[in-house]
Design a protein around this ligand. Sequence first.
Ligand SMILES: [Zn+2]
Length: 229
Amino acid sequence: MFSQEPIDTYCPECNSHSIFRRQITGTISHNPDAWEGDGQFAIRLKCSRNTDHQLYFMFKVEGRTMQKIGQYPSLADLNTYDVRQYAAVLCKDDFKEFNKAIGLAAHGVGVGSFVYLRRIFEHLVDAAYQIAKSDNGWDDEPYRNGRMAERIQLLEGHLPEFLVENRSIYKILSQGVHELTENECLAAFPIVKMGIELVLDEKLAAAAKQQKLEQAKQAIHSLVSKARD
Ligand SMILES: [Zn+2]
């Protein structure tokens, strides 16, 4: 309530991490009884880069019980910084669901979060399948009849090596939602999430490489045309 410690967190307006500070005006009572009583209070923290960037946290006090009752920006907005980079390589709906899955898992919702992750994982595997299908000698039959672990193996060369080597872990993706317990889903969550991130990391790296190639091509082109002049 009276802390003036700086807080290091994500600033949605800077779109990066920043240090937030709060300023308390007036005097702070050191008598613990003075802190008691019913009421509500808000804490406002300002970004050290720009004091217009602010975080609000609302609390309710009843007797000696204090409860957080709200905040702005949302918990999800503050927690999705690490995920944000993947917006470039996920479609809009998948990106939204990826965030939702992480938020749900953070609140202990196992099956719900798992269902979202599974869907994103399946989309990524399907995208690899769409490319693999045009390979010479591709046999569609075993893929279509295969379970997830078998499909991942058939897509070797189109999916990260780690996924292919550890494909047996992904057996759980073939199980029906009704067969899974909350705890099984929560235990599988980080593994499936990491699998998704591995695929997305490769996509990000490929996009960065492509961009650099384009830049190099342009630089060479302008150098050559200058030399001609
Ligand atoms: Zn800021």
